[in-house]
Design a protein around this ligand. Structure first.
Ligand code: F6R
Length: 267
């Protein structure tokens, strides 16, 4: 695992977007795993800007989102389908037939899960998986005690997640679906590379547990310690509780391919 600390949330999101863009340029038919949530908004805004100003081309890539609420229509304002349309898909030249999310309205939800996994396999597997972390340590919607080998499946959301995401439902957790379809931890760990972005002081403690604590199903992001190619990009506020901060800074400056850009405000 590699931890990169950037001065601000904006610079952390920008570097995340630059890394995605570099991968996309190197492999135009990249299979990209996507996440939603407030943290990702800056990444998608930066990617859309790179599409406009630098011609970053999404036309050959495929995308697979981590999760979707059960029971929300795709055009519901709080669905992840709608989030992706608004924040990324409508702003770049992606081929919508290759932009996949789990179908939370499927008549047979249990059949939808292996079907989603099969689509990932048919696309050749995920090259780069973008991730955020929930306040309860989840990746995707893999809530505490999710099996670390779990696959795409239905998952009940925890009170912590309902509280975290109520803001997308007019601040009323009562209006939120209580269940979601999510890629499993095992599915995520099969991605060739993982890229987790974490910003803000309210994520500092859970980030430290995920990165430096024991691997435990109570903090499913800690399973990323098992991944051979996982980068975690954080801002100063989120890094505050990391014991190894000095070491991570040293590695970034002296060893990381992106370290040369550390004083470049566009990265
Ligand atoms: C959603 C997802 C979640 C979020 C996490 C953080 O697709 O994968 O794991 O990344 O809940 O959400 P924010 O960024 O809103 O704090």
């Amino acid at each position: 695992m590699e931890v990169i600390i950037r001065p601000t949330p904006e610079r952390a999101a920008l570097l995340t977007a630059r890394i995605i863009a570099a991968e996309l340029r190197a492999k135009p038919d990249l299979v990209l795993g996507l996440a939603t949530g407030a943290t990702m908004e800056g990444v998608y805004t930066a990617l859309a800007a790179m599409h406009r100003s630098e011609g970053l081309d999404f036309s050959h890539c495929s995308t697979f989102n981590l999760d979707e609420y059960i029971g929300l229509a795709q055009d519901h304002p709080s669905s992840y389908h709608e989030y992706m349309r608004q924040h990324l898909f409508s702003r770049v030249n992606i081929n919508r037939s290759r932009a996949h999310l789990p179908d939370g309205m499927a008549a047979d939800l249990d059949a939808e899960c292996p079907r989603y996994e099969e689509r990932i396999r048919q696309a050749g597997g995920i090259d780069l998986q973008l991730l955020g972390i929930g306040r309860d340590g989840h990746i995707g919607f893999n809530e505490p005690l999710s099996a670390l080998r779990s696959r795409t499946r239905q998952k009940a959301l925890t009170p912590a997640t309902l509280a975290q995401n109520a803001r997308y439902f007019g601040g009323d957790a009562g209006k939120m679906p209580k269940r979601a379809l999510t890629m499993g931890v095992g599915t995520i760990l099969e991605a060739r590379r993982c890229l987790m972005l974490v910003v803000g002081a309210n994520k500092a403690e859970i980030l430290a547990r995920a990165v430096e604590g024991p691997i435990t199903a109570m903090v499913t992001a800690s399973a990323l310690q098992l991944h051979p190619a996982c980068r975690v990009i954080v801002d100063e506020a989120a890094a505050a509780s990391l014991e190894g901060q000095d070491y991570y800074r040293w590695i970034f400056q002296d060893e990381c391919e992106w370290g040369a850009y550390r004083d470049d405000p566009s990265v």
